[in-house]
Design a protein around this ligand. Structure first.
Ligand SMILES: Cc1cc2nc3c(=O)[nH]c(=O)nc-3n(C[C@H](O)[C@H](O)[C@H](O)COP(=O)(O)OP(=O)(O)OC[C@H]3O[C@@H](n4cnc5c(N)ncnc54)[C@H](O)[C@@H]3O)c2cc1C
Length: 401
């Protein structure tokens, strides 16, 4: 059989390699001059290739969209298979404390080189500068048309990645597939609050953040940047709230608890107790609850607590405002910024039109999908590559049957 793979990223190479293992003739078409370009720049040049959890339920929590679909896919190829695949081919891996998995070399070229080597070893014919623009299913085969190409393929695997515009998906829509509106996911929030931005570099280790008007809330480190807020809790909220925030055109308010253990009555008791025990202490100058001093000063300023004020002199109204700022701080967000250039697309080929046990189109037999082109995306931490390896493995293998 002749198997065509469209797209030379992580999913394209993994599909092509697994199709070629079965001894079929595999041809990979990449539109750009470069292969595996995202793998190369991923993880700050280190490639965070998977997430080091072996518990399916834990793994699935990393996917804002498509977790039900991936549950089936991961039965065929999961995180332990990814690690074993790379390690058994000589790439030693390490798992960091936050469970991100990297090559021990700390160099994404190690991953790129292995994928290129395997493709070459099993005879995958790789063609760059070949954009596929049209696919015509003809009786029992596919006619591929694009840059100086007109090729017949018996099976076809689409691995063209994500894109926040709909146009790059139009050749798939022409085949009859539905495209779920592609929008950005994984980003940080901009704020017009200049006072907060002056605190750039300050972080809290275990905050909690939610959108005002939505039930979504996420815990974890929150980092103040020179454009707004970032950190794992913010990125998670951006991913799980991607649709919601897109609908609001990235104009919303977030509510921040600077420590997720804070409760309104707990803070009230603690502050009243402190007031009784240290009436002569200056409020602004003595940060409480292990908060960074400059953040505490900012929150007291926002509660209209003057610089000279001691605990003895504070009014009930100002204490209540301070509690509000610690427990439910309202921050206007206006726009988004990419996180370390890492971003993914939410949306893509509708999962209802793909068989999760084979990655084959339910509309067109012989057509397969893998990677970010489908309506699956993960949070940061290695989840996106895991989805690319798993769907790529399954599409590659199934295409040979
Ligand atoms: C800067 C950055 C860092 C990242 N870091 C990580 C990380 O550390 N860990 C992680 O898990 N995820 C990370 N991600 C996400 C991850 O890179 C992607 O989810 C993953 O690369 C998706 O793989 P893919 O093969 O589906 O798509 P892609 O890697 O986007 O590959 C698709 C390929 O198809 C080609 N193509 C598109 N259309 C056509 C066409 N019509 N004809 C021919 N070729 C075509 C494209 O040129 C591209 O090369 C990162 C993303 C970015 C942007």
């Amino acid at each position: 059989m002749k198997i065509g793979v469209v797209g030379g990223g992580a999913a394209g190479f993994f599909s092509a390699i697994h199709a070629a293992y079965a001894g079929h003739k595999v041809k990979l078409f990449e539109k750009s001059p470069k292969l595996l370009s995202k793998v190369l720049i991923s993880g700050g040049g280190r490639c965070n290739l998977t997430h080091g959890t072996f518990f399916l339920n834990e793994l699935l929590k990393g996917y804002p969209r498509g977790s039900g679909f991936l549950k089936k896919v991961f039965h065929h190829f999961s995180t332990s298979d990814t690690m074993a695949w790379f390690e058994s081919r000589g790439v030693l891996l390490k798992t960091e404390t936050d469970l991100r998995v990297f090559p021990q070399s700390d160099d994404s070229k190690t991953i790129v080189n292995l994928l290129l080597d395997q493709a070459s070893k099993y005879g995958v014919e790789v063609m760059t500068r070949k954009e596929i623009r049209e696919i015509i299913p003809v009786d029992g085969y596919f006619l591929l048309k694009g840059d100086e190409i007109e090729e017949k393929m018996d099976r076809l695997i689409i691995c063209t990645g994500g894109n926040n515009k709909k146009e790059p998906y139009s050749f798939l829509e022409k085949l009859g597939h539905t495209i779920i509106n592609p929008i950005p996911s994984l980003f940080t929030f901009n704020t017009p609050d200049t006072g907060l931005k002056l605190l750039k570099g300050i972080s809290v280790p275990s905050g909690k953040i939610r959108f005002e008007g939505s039930k979504l809330s996420y815990s974890g480190p929150i980092l103040i940047t020179h454009w707004g807020i970032s950190g794992p809790a913010v990125l998670k909220l951006s991913a799980f709230g991607a649709d919601w925030l897109h609908g609001k055109q990235y104009q919303a308010a977030v509510l921040i608890k600077w420590d997720e253990s804070f409760s309104e009555p707990g803070l009230k008791n603690a502050l009243n107790d402190f007031k009784k025990r240290h009436p002569k202490k200056n409020i602004r100058k003595n940060a409480l609850f292990s908060l960074p001093a400059r953040l505490w000063q900012y929150l007291t300023l926002k509660a209209d607590i003057e610089e000279h004020l001691n605990w003895d002199d504070i009014s009930k109204k100002k204490i209540n405002k301070l509690i509000e700022n610690l427990f439910n701080f309202s921050l206007i967000i206006s726009g988004k910024t990419t996180f370390k250039e890492e971003f993914v697309t939410a949306g893509g080929v509708d999962l209802r039109e793909i068989d999760a046990n084979t990655m084959e189109s339910k509309l067109i037999p012989g057509l397969f999908f893998a990677g970010e082109v489908i309506d699956v995306d993960g949070i940061t931490g290695g989840f996106n590559f895991q989805a690319a390896w798993s769907t790529g493995f399954l599409a590659g293998k199934s295409s040979t049957k």
